[in-house]
Design a binder for this molecule. Structure first.
Ligand code: IPE
Ligand code: IPE
Ligand code: MG
Length: 243
């Protein structure tokens, strides 16, 4: 199977600046094959890289991928341990090729005691290796929760001693994990689940949401292109009316 070409009707001048993605369905993909859930996570790596390459091909500048949520600690310890190690080894395997392609790697989420130090070290190395890249910013949401992010922002505001009458949307945004990150224009969730699951709550206030039934390990860049085509058919009104 070759690499899917960019569809002719995809308007390359109207590509979403920021695409966010909930990579869901790994466990079900594995179940269907009578494999362990972890085999589904492993198979998701190919999907992730193909979507990154597709995003690069159409000029997406910001790509944010939900890799581990603050709620995912509720999973069995074996699966959590696997996911920690898997994300670490994925960085080791892939950071050089991402770096060569001009991808800046970042991580959004809490660096709490539950994230093994080894994993944090790989994250820091990847950030440092790629920090000057400008083609695309790939943010991995890892130990990420939208509510946790808002709580952390409010904490930082309070710690700064900001007066109540100075608290506005701009002040909160300045204290999000990445104040320079534009809000996602498009959010894609796979596996036929129709929910946000605590992803980018503040930032997705006006994102276009696209849901697909494909299980994450089966996702390829063509699914990204489909979602972008759907995005281009939408009419974003932001509360106003269409002229
Ligand atoms: C998404 O796939 C990966 C993570 C949440 C880490 P799941 O593991 O949630 O797969 P399903 O939803 O059980 O099929
Ligand atoms: C959301 O998927 C988190 C990630 C993809 C990392 P989940 O599979 O954890 O979400 P729920 O539990 O179905 O809402
Ligand atoms: Mg899931």
């Amino acid at each position: 199977m070759g690499v899917a070409p960019v569809p002719e009707d995809l308007d390359v001048t109207r590509v979403p600046v920021h695409v966010a993605c909930v990579m869901d369905g790994n466990g079900r993909w594995a179940n269907q094959r009578h494999l362990a859930r972890t085999a589904g996570h492993a198979a998701g790596e190919e999907a992730l890289l193909d979507v990154v390459n597709g995003a690069l091909a159409i000029g997406v500048r910001w790509l944010t991928m939900y890799a581990f949520s603050t709620e995912n600690w509720r999973r069995p310890p074996d699966e959590v341990r696997y996911l920690m190690g898997f994300n670490e080894s994925l960085l080791m395997r892939r950071r050089d090729e991402l770096n060569d392609k001009g991808v800046r790697i970042r991580f959004a989420g809490r660096r709490d005691w539950r994230v093994p130090r080894r994993v944090l070290r790989r994250m820091d190395e990847s950030i440092e290796l790629t920090e000057h890249n400008t083609t695309m910013t790939l943010t991995m949401a890892f130990n990420y929760g939208g509510r946790a992010e808002i709580v952390d922002a409010v904490k930082a505001l309070v710690a700064e001693g900001v007066r109540a009458d100075k608290v506005d949307e701009r002040a909160i945004r300045r204290h999000l994990y990445f104040p320079d990150m534009p809000d996602p224009d498009l959010m894609i969730r796979t596996s036929g689940e129709y929910r946000i699951s605590n992803f980018l709550l503040w930032e997705m206030a006006y994102s276009e949401l696209v849901f697909s039934n494909v299980l994450w390990p089966d996702v390829r860049r063509s699914d990204l292109y489909e979602a972008v085509l759907e995005f281009q058919r939408r009419n974003r009104r932001y509360g106003g009316i269409t002229k």
